[in-house]
Ligand binder design. Structure first.
Ligand code: SAH
Length: 342
């Protein structure tokens, strides 16, 4: 059985022809699926015999919505379960310009960042392109509205699931599908250098976000194991290459952890490190999780840090904390849900 959501229009056409069906059916079928009809039986412009053929060869791999948590600020966190029982989470956020979704790319993660809840139990498996896409389909159906922005910042490391993520980027952008422009997509990575270089060469118009979190290797290694593999120097060279090839501004994410990476010296050194690059720094007050002792920086430390960066001429923002009343951050919800089921 094949998940129809993993297929491009051309791939579906070819498969239908192999099954003795007309290729023009492919577009009709995908129109239904992308409209939120997840049952072949309800596709009433498809002959019944063809529907039977579809049922015995394909499935529409949308996860079931097992929980939905509404935050006071309008953020909705959803827990989704795939056919094999695995659970992931996605977050829907409402902005002035429309809806945005944060999708997961893996069940769990193997990157081991010390402050992150998604990685505590390692990786279970990669999500396929269709499974990443399906999070948007389920979310659109739930909110009865179009989602216009996507961030690959849920559980998982997108560049550790590179082929599926590339295919997802093709599907999400397709005119017959969700038609979401790459300019409205942000891919966040802990910094897998060879993949950043490869991505650059594909010249997609994505926003690349780099989880930096420290200004030197020693500090970075203490919180991010990936720093043992790639130095900040190599990482920044790859980022510069990305900027030069795509013309896109890079976002650097920096989670502020009290007493770990939030001093004035850290801010000065960070500004020095990134000066002259086409970039933007997004400061994230760390989300506290009970499995570690990392504490959020106090307000005044955050503003001091921000002002130092600002004065250096680099654009900087502090991420609005959305949905903190519903554990909306970074793999916390899936964990607490799985715990209550055991
Ligand atoms: N693996 C990718 C994308 C998923 S994590 C990456 O590392 O970028 C998305 C962002 O949330 C990353 O910047 C990550 O470092 C950050 N993050 C993870 N846990 C966090 C926490 N507890 N508080 C604040 N940010 C966190």
């Amino acid at each position: 059985m094949q998940n129809i959501l993993d297929l491009t229009l051309d791939e579906l056409k070819a498969k239908l022809v192999d099954l003795g069906e007309s290729s023009f059916r492919a577009k009709q079928i995908l129109d239904w699926v992308y409209k939120g009809v997840f049952d072949f039986s309800n596709m009433n412009n498809i002959p019944i015999k063809t529907r039977e053929t579809l049922k015995s060869n394909f499935y529409i791999g949308v996860p079931s919505l097992i929980h939905e948590y509404q935050s006071k600020d309008g953020t909705i966190k959803i827990l989704l379960q795939f056919g094999d029982g695995n659970i992931i989470e996605s977050v829907i956020m409402k902005y002035k310009h429309g809806y945005s979704i944060c999708v997961s790319t893996q069940v769990g993660c193997r990157m081991g960042c010390k402050f992150c809840a998604s990685t505590l139990e390692g990786i279970v498996r990669n999500l396929t392109a269709g499974e990443i896409l399906s999070q948007i389909l389920v979310a659109q159906k739930l909110i009865q509205n179009r989602i216009s922005n996507v961030v690959l910042m849920g559980s998982g490391e997108p560049l550790d699931n590179y082929d599926h993520v590339l295919k997802f980027l093709e599907l999400v952008n397709a005119e017959y599908g969700l038609n979401i422009s790459h300019r409205h997509i942000t891919l966040s990575t802990c910094g897998i250098v060879p993949k950043i270089l490869d991505l650059a060469n594909r010249k997609l118009q994505l926003t690349l976000a780099i989880s930096l979190h420290a200004y030197n290797d020693e500090k970075r290694k203490a919180i991010m194991p990936v720093a043992n593999k790639y130095s900040i120097n190599e990482l920044l060279e790859a980022c510069k290459y990305y900027v030069s090839v795509t013309g896109r501004r890079i976002t650097f994410e920096y989670a502020l952890v009290n007493g770990v990476n939030d001093s004035e010296e850290d801010a000065v050194a960070l500004a020095k490190l990134l000066r002259g690059m086409l970039c933007h720094i997004n400061l994230i007050p760390v989300n506290e999780i009970k499995e570690n002792d990392f504490k959020k920086s106090p307000e005044e430390r955050i503003s001091k840090f921000m002002n130092i960066i600002k004065k250096s001429g680099i654009e900087v923002t502090v991420r609005r904390e959305m949905g903190s009343d519903i554990n909306a951050a970074c793999g916390q919800l899936r964990r607490s849900y799985i715990k209550t089921q055991n």
